[in-house]
Design a protein around this ligand. Structure first.
Ligand code: ZN
Length: 201
């Protein structure tokens, strides 16, 4: 077995879908190939992080509510199929998973205002209030976390407010989507969507 053949089998193994003979062949390859072995460990760790998430952060009831609002659970297999067709991108998936891990500590530790965007020169910050003044334009996306966002001017991209408040004046004009995220779990889905968007570029 070569590395190209091993990769989809690793994903099937972690999904619990791999049959006896193939499991044996995969294990033989993992013993002889350090690169695949390292990738296997990384993906196994990712799997554990993803599995541990809901129970750490939200109650069972909320988890059930969120799960019922999600697309059917066929999702994992879609990913496996996708990775099978794009083996080279698996490294990027691992990268995303590592970022995902570091984000979790960010959520817990960082209590301060965060403003993210590609064009922030016209944005005014007063205390925990972020203002897009009337007659001014923010080019691209604007993300505000743990603050009050007051938009009197224009935003040409998407507007995202995480764990904060949003006030759109009558003079405000947002060309993209406006999203307000209040729960840690929604932020995770927001982050995941961002990664999936990043990977498909
Ligand atoms: Zn290999």
């Amino acid at each position: 077995m070569n590395c190209k053949e091993a990769l989809p089998l690793i994903h099937e193994y972690l999904d619990g879908d791999l049959q006896g003979a193939e499991t044996l062949q995969l294990k033989e390859h993992l013993i002889s190939c350090t690169a695949c072995h390292a990738l296997f460990r990384e993906l196994e760790r990712t799997d554990a992080i993803v599995r541990s998430l809901p129970s750490v952060h939200v109650s069972d009831t909320l988890t059930a509510q969120i799960m019922s609002g999600l697309p059917p659970m066929k999702k994992r297999n879609v990913w496996t199929e996708w990775i099978r067709r794009h083996p080279a991108v698996s490294v990027a998936v691992v990268f995303a998973a590592v970022m995902f891990g570091s984000f979790m500590s960010m959520w817990n530790d960082d209590k301060n205002l965060m403003v993210k965007g590609s064009d922030l020169q016209d944005v005014v910050i007063q205390g925990d209030t972020v203002i897009v003044p009337q007659g001014h334009t923010v080019n691209g996306d604007l993300v505000v976390q743990r603050g009050k966002l007051q938009v009197d001017g224009d935003v040409t991209g998407n507007l995202t407010v995480i764990d904060g408040s949003l006030n759109l004046a009558s003079t405000a004009h947002i060309s993209g989507q406006v999203t307000q995220v209040d729960e840690a779990i929604s932020w995770i889905w927001y982050k995941l969507n961002e990664f999936v968007g990043m990977l498909s570029k």
